[in-house]
Design a protein around this ligand. Sequence first.
Ligand code: GLC
Length: 632
Amino acid sequence: MSAIHLLRKLSKKPPSRLHRNLLSSTFSMDLPPDLARTTLIRPFSNHPAIFTNSHRLIPSCFRQSNLLPNWVSEKTKSIGLSSREFSTSVVETNTSDRVVGLSPNPLVIERIHKGEETIGESVSGGEIIGNEIKKSEETLVREESEAEKEAWRILEDAVVRYCGSPVGTVAANDPGDKLPLNYDQVFIRDFVPSALAFLLKGEGEIVRNFLLHTLQLQSWEKTVDCYSPGQGLMPASFKVRTVALDENTTEEVLDPDFGESAIGRVAPVDSGLWWIILLRAYGKLTGDFSLQERIDVQTGIKLIMNLCLADGFDMFPTLLVTDGSCMIDRRMGIHGHPLEIQSLFYSALRCSREMLSVNDSSSNLVRAISNRLSALSFHIREYYWVDIKKINEIYRYKTEEYSTDATNKFNIYPEQIPPWLMDWIPEQGGYLLGNLQPAHMDFRFFTLGNFWSVVSSLSTPKQNEAILNLIEAKWDDIIGNMPLKICYPALEYDDWRIITGSDPKNTPWSYHNSGSWPTLLWQFTLACMKMGRPELAEKALALAEKRLMADRWPEYYDTRSGKFIGKQSRLYQTWTVAGFLTSKLLLANPEMASKLFWEEDYELLDICVCGLSKSGRRKCSRVAAKTQILVR
Ligand code: GLC
């Protein structure tokens, strides 16, 4: 049967997902990717996902990155310069390597053996100076602890293979778990610390495969009760399944979950953002920038960005999402504009700005990205920031102000300030709110969002310092017996009943409702290293190391001080293991760590696109507001 014939048949009756995956392997090698997108999408628009994703048209046996057809590399070569070359960010000084095609600072790790046993590793790197690679003077020899050795064994056991190649790690490998639900799948967000651990160890293959295979899943047909979410959406997770082709042959297929099976049907908004962040990290840590330059990868970035930047009814530059659309993937009252999504969004925008090739077809998008970055950082720095001074201001707010230059723009009633906060907020320090909407401030402290704001420079340098000051001052609450509380404080009594919908998994001081998640260690480590305070991370890591191995690497801990292994916690949770290893490796390799965070981009601070200041008829509200913001 010809490809066209087959496509016609498909347009009448949608095939099952597995069926389509098999079909895509059988006929479509003859179509170059841009042709597949522009020509086939129209006549068969009933099922656009079948035809629009060029890379899915590659037969499964060719899907390995090194076996791609010629047109992939030819197309890749024709891409123009990326805006990364023009970046003003301080950590971007080594970009010349990309122009001359050299591999910057490849990390060399040699394992040290005593007999059969690995007893340590020697880590060395190089540096690009001008166009030359210079080996760095410093070579570090570090002995692995027992916990690290066990962690590597568990991480390696968690690796999932597809067509013989490593493509990710399962969420948990708990032998005692009789009901793994979807913990036997590769989660996009969970894989990030695994990927970093592998990259920091000098193993890039699994990460490259993961990035390419998840890219294939991006344009999969996805429906929840016959409704399809946006095209660039990345799945929350995927599984490798073996399907029978006939009596004697089987084939492996990737089966993604876009939320259509997930508990609560939550939308995995963070997946695409993490994918972009990981893509940049892969380039930075391996020096292999050819991956991000590939045309299919560039298209993947654009699809995600277009989805995030699509016009809607939003009044704010923050991304509007439903509840549970990130690491907290159950109802926890984080719908609207939760900080975690905003900080990942900001990072993904910065990564995309660096990685997108600037040409005629991308220049509008690149401009939109810069404008959004500027508007988003202004909004978060100005309106999400709380410290003792700001709380006092809110405490004295006038309400019901109708004007463009209102002080209390969101009409926050001072009675909303929760009593716990008045006593809790330290003199030194502050943090970014969990969420902001009309007449609503969520004053809970959300750890990932705050750390990731530090890492990405979403918050100002002063705010970044203040966030770490707050952690230090509130050590017992945020770290206690086990780093780190996912948020603080817990929702209790009526709040728990109303906001979580009486969720028995999210009872006070458990799971997402202020449980302690060791995986967050790596983000804390990165934030501390960026701010020149690695000793804070070392202290937290030492605390975790004392218990994690003995406790069999739990997913999370419960109680106010993180004393108990979580009520329903999985054991041998991969991102607990990987978060621990990544923290260790980051601390041991500050130079590599510095490739993963961003400094302040002063160029962004000056962009204001509202045009009001030029017309002179009305005042730009940013100018008035800037008096309060701690910008530099
Ligand atoms: C839970 C967590 C989620 C994680 C998943 C797999 O659902 O809330 O963040 O990705 O488990 O570990």
